[in-house]
Design a binder for this molecule. Structure first.
Ligand code: AMP
Length: 237
């Protein structure tokens, strides 16, 4: 059983890296931001509660977030473990988490703000099926249209200059102290998040003492390739 937390500012690739690790190690990938986004898309009561806060780039209230995490982990569908992405985001959430669960490692994806800005402002979401794109790494075949369903590609509601500035400020003020709490417990491995996703993934595994990931087979000529290459991009953060 392996239990990991992945941390990094939005746009650092934590969703993508968590999905790659989860797929291979059969971990359950829990993304709090993704749970909220789904609820917003499906117009649930929870979605209505968090939509404005998310759109402004602000953090959702701790009670609500902790309730979501508790309920998700209580499903106990994680026989081989879990990787949780986007939580904890402040000291209170970290203390709540450490009181309830023991963890094996914290993956810290390190990326300078200038690179975060470049990547986040290039993210797009299909308004039809929800597939994620990044115009820097995984452009659609037809500009502005989803390769899967032909839907219109739009920016995420919280990927504006203003919301990004709020998120970066919050991250540095509130989330860095969380890293300090985890560092004191010697859980943290820090990885440079700027290289290609495969290189970042191998670096994470190396630092956690996990076996390297088998490199994906390159797509054959003439065969359709997924819009984001070998794995659907999940740039939740
Ligand atoms: P993410 O996909 O991780 O970037 O999260 C998207 C948005 O969901 C954030 O900007 C917050 O509004 C909200 N959110 C996600 N995780 C948390 C958390 N642990 N605490 C508070 N708000 C969160």
């Amino acid at each position: 059983m392996r239990k990991y937390v992945i941390m990094g500012v939005q746009g650092s690739g934590k969703g993508t890296q968590a999905a790659m690790l989860a797929e291979d190690l059969e971990l359950v990938h829990i993304s709090v931001g993704e749970i909220f986004r789904l609820n917003v898309q499906q117009h649930t009561k929870l979605g209505a509660q968090v939509r404005r806060t998310m759109a402004a780039g602000e953090l959702v209230g701790d009670d609500l977030v902790e309730g979501i995490v508790k309920a998700r982990l209580a499903e106990h569908d994680w026989n081989f473990g879990f990787i949780i992405d986007g939580f904890p985001r402040n000291e209170r959430q970290a203390e709540f988490f450490l009181e309830s669960y023991d963890i094996d490692g914290v993956i810290h994806l390190d990326m300078p703000d200038s690179e975060v800005r470049r990547r986040v402002l290039a993210r797009r979401l299909c308004s039809g099926c929800g597939m994620d794109y990044n115009l820097l790494a995984s452009s659609p075949q037809v500009a502005g249209k989803c390769d899967v369903c032909g839907g219109e590609l739009i920016p995420r509601e919280d990927d504006t200059e203003e919301a990004l500035a709020v998120r970066l400020r919050d991250y540095h003020q509130k989330t860095n102290p969380v890293l300090d709490i985890f560092r004191r417990k010697e859980y943290v491995v820090t990885v440079d998040a700027r290289p290609d996703r495969e290189i970042v993934q191998q670096a994470i595994r190396g630092k956690l003492g996990l076996p390297p990931r088998a490199m994906p087979v390159p797509a054959q000529a003439g065969l359709p390739d997924g819009p984001a290459g070998t794995l659907p991009s999940r740039p939740g953060g």
